[in-house]
Design a protein around this ligand. Structure first.
Ligand code: GLN
Length: 304
């Protein structure tokens, strides 16, 4: 399979289509990002590493971090996680409050904001130094020490985070948040603010293509049975109320963030990351989705 040629061809095609979408300007700091940025990077289990465009530039990974915080909680707690958060697609926007009332404070899945707040609460209750421990966990996935939170992005989001404040307090009133909401929210805004490049992302998510084992130092991060479930959740819930569309058009487990990044996994084959900051109305990268659709179509490699 000539991944490099396919990536070059699809990149050229998608780069030439008319710009569509909008920056996630509800987070003031993200309104300053250059909307023309476009990068892609693939890391395969066979050892190919290849990128194009702005693949080495760091950007705000936002909700992509929800997969990483979930992996850490799942590694520590096993099945107890699912008493606190569900595994069903929400069919609603990522920041919706409506289902929580009916579901009595149990978020539909860990990849909507409500679910990620509960996972943040679990980490706060179970780690000595959650902020440092999460960073060390992420650094250990690819052996890359150059991973950090962005204080300008986290404080920018905190300054307007009224909806997340509402979500956290609402879940707390049902008893599904143990810690003080302020602490949970600070940690949540921190984890959303992590900055990584497409190259960093594809390298560190490769363990999910490799049955839960890192490639660089052969450590079992998650059991294969747990890895399967994380990939299943990315497939069914990774794109909020556009998860069906992503499965239909791309056919890979994946996760997006409002920074314009998408990570997608082909179990047994590769991890691929795309970044283009302009978002479609569902909050997913417009060009990122187009690129991945072209990539799995041309390579005829999707999980279906
Ligand atoms: N930090 C963002 C928020 O809470 C994350 C949303 C996203 O990337 N979909 O609104």
């Amino acid at each position: 399979m000539d991944f490099k040629k396919i990536i070059k061809d699809v990149f050229k095609d998608v780069n030439s289509i008319e710009e569509q979408g909008a920056l996630a300007s509800y987070i003031p700091e993200l309104a300053n990002v250059n909307s023309k940025k476009f990068g892609v990077h693939i890391s395969t289990l066979s050892g190919i590493n290849f990128g194009l465009g702005d693949f080495q530039e760091k950007f705000s990974i936002q909700s992509i971090s929800k997969v990483l915080s979930l992996c850490l909680a799942y590694q520590m707690l096993s099945g107890e996680v699912w008493d606190r958060v569900g595994v069903e697609p929400s069919g609603n926007p990522f920041n919706s409050l409506t289902q929580l009332e009916k579901d009595r404070g149990i978020p539909r899945n860990p990849f909507i904001n409500a679910g990620a707040l509960v996972i943040a609460d679990i980490l706060l209750s179970n780690l000595d130094d959650p902020k440092k421990d999460l960073l060390n966990f992420i650094r250990s996935l690819s052996g890359n020490q150059d991973v950090n939170y962005s204080t300008s992005i986290s404080s920018s989001e905190k300054s307007i985070g009224y909806r997340n404040v509402a979500l956290c307090n609402f879940i707390k009133c049902f008893g599904n948040i143990e810690n003080e909401p302020d602490k949970v929210l600070d940690f949540y805004f921190d984890l959303c603010s992590i900055e990584l490049s497409c190259k960093d992302l594809s390298a560190l998510f490769l363990f999910l293509a490799n049955n839960g084992k890192t490639m660089h130092d052969n450590r079992q991060i998650l059991l294969p049975s747990k890895t399967k479930r994380i990939n299943a959740l990315m497939q069914t819930c990774g794109f909020y109320d556009e998860s069906g569309e992503f499965a239909f058009k791309v056919g890979l487990p994946g996760k997006s963030g409002v920074g314009g990044g998408i990570i997608a996994i082909h179990p047994g084959q590769y991890a691929i990351a795309v970044w283009s900051p302009q978002l479609n109305p569902k909050g997913n990268s417009y060009k990122g989705m187009k690129f991945l659709e072209g990539f799995t179509t041309l390579s005829e490699l999707s999980i279906f």
